[in-house]
Design a protein around this ligand. Structure first.
Ligand SMILES: Nc1ncnc2c1ncn2[C@@H]1O[C@H](COP(=O)(O)OP(=O)(O)O)[C@@H](O)[C@H]1O
Ligand SMILES: [Mg+2]
Length: 375
């Protein structure tokens, strides 16, 4: 009789301490439902909004418990776990309760499905590096760069990728001289302009300003979310997105277009009103699509990304000029999200995509083990 193949143990990490907590739960629900149970043993690890790691709580259960305070005790009964930076352990350690994870408690791969701060920004990735666990997606540097809209754009510019004109301010500068800063923005960028916290996502804290009053308000809002604020010339544009997959030899999917239901693609248009449209493939000239795909791969390599990323572009309506906007290193991952939909249209099903991401995580980890650590 053929020996039964050992399943790969996947630690699916979701939730987390970010404004995109709920978005993560939606993504993780889809990932969990589509991981092949023949191949994988899935260990759900939900991170609460306060940052506690709870073992065995599925994404919908975490959401339910957080929405109804009556379900709180449900969470209190689950095993809290922690991951230590000791590479010899590579496993979750219960920090409360009596249940001990045995030797089989080690995780083979961690699949972080967390958006935003502490999940997508390199913080979790650093912990996973310390623990020597292979994990899906970008490493520490790539994740951090993918979150920082200022540094990301600096690197894009340095490899010749076109970015929209922008100015960045520190919160303390803004608080010290708001009038001067507004004058400078008016002079150099004009209206409309977009004001954003540098390290955030899902359009949280992003505002479009059409006047001096709106600009001042937008700056104050952004300064609540981050210590760095980026202001960009607002362009009248179509929004294009391209999925990239791979490690050292990344490939790009077909290009999709987002038609936002609001004046811009804000939080409401992304997740609430359900009226934004996704068009795959985007109805754009072949040459434009080819350029977007090339630039997406170039951006992926320039930021030292691995595993996956969605690369977003603006196509300026008046000029036809394409600008690169940003990368998302852990893009929305529900079955109707752009990242997996673009792969589906390129011939890779959702389940196949998950398999490939796990393979890439193991490959990257193995490649890293090749590095010499002695003198
Ligand atoms: N410079 C800009 N010109 C026109 N629209 C913009 C500009 N910057 C952002 N937007 C709009 O705001 C949305 C969110 O901005 P983005 O930089 O992608 O932040 P996030 O990381 O939160 O998605 C974009 O999808 C787009 O609709
Ligand atoms: Mg965006």
């Amino acid at each position: 009789m053929p020996e039964k193949k050992q399943k790969i143990r996947i630690g699916l990490v979701f939730g987390g301490r970010s404004g995109e907590h709920e978005v993560s739960l939606a993504s993780a629900t889809s990932v969990m439902a589509n991981l092949d149970k023949e191949k994988y043993e899935v260990v759900p690890i939900g991170i609460t909004k306060e940052g506690s790691w709870l073992l065995g709580v599925s994404p919908p259960r975490l959401l339910e418990a957080e929405q109804a305070s009556s379900h709180q005790e449900d969470l209190e009964q689950s095993t809290a776990v922690t991951l230590t930076g000791d590479p010899s352990l590579r496993r979750l350690i219960p920090v409360r309760g009596s249940e001990q994870l045995g030797a089989e408690g080690a995780l083979d791969v961690v699949f972080p499905v967390l958006h935003g701060t502490y999940g997508e920004d390199g913080a979790l990735q650093g912990l996973l590096e310390m623990a020597n666990v292979p994990y899906v997606g970008c490493g520490v540097l790539g994740s951090a760069l993918g979150m920082d809209k200022e540094k990301m754009k600096m690197i894009f510019s340095s490899v010749g990728l076109p970015v929209v004109e922008a100015l960045t301010y520190r919160r303390n500068e803004w608080e010290r001289s708001p009038e001067e800063i507004i004058d400078a923005i008016e002079q150099r960028l004009g209206y409309p302009c977009f004001v954003k916290p540098v390290n955030l996502g899902s359009s949280v804290g992003v505002n479009k300003a059409h006047s001096r009053e709106e600009l001042a308000h937008a700056m104050r809002v952004a300064a609540e979310y981050d210590r760095k604020i980026i202001v960009e010339r607002g362009i009248n544009c179509r929004e294009l997105e391209c999925s990239v997959l791979g490690n050292d030899e990344p490939i790009a999917s077909v290009v999709g277009e987002i038609i936002a239901s609001n004046e811009f693609y804000d939080y409401n248009a992304k997740y609430i009103d359900g009226k934004s449209q996704v068009i795959i493939p985007a109805a754009i000239p072949q040459a434009t699509a080819e350029q977007v795909r090339r630039w997406a791969v170039q951006a992926f390599t320039a930021l030292d990304l691995s595993g996956l990323s969605r690369v977003d572009f603006f196509l300026e309506k008046e000029t036809g000029q394409v600008y690169i906007n940003e990368v998302n290193t852990i893009p929305g991952f529900t079955q109707i999200s752009m990242y997996p939909k673009l792969w589906e249209a390129s011939g890779l099903s959702y389940a196949q995509l998950l398999d490939r991401l796990i393979e890439l995580a193991i490959e990257r980890h193995e490649d890293r083990q090749r590095n010499r650590t002695n003198l």
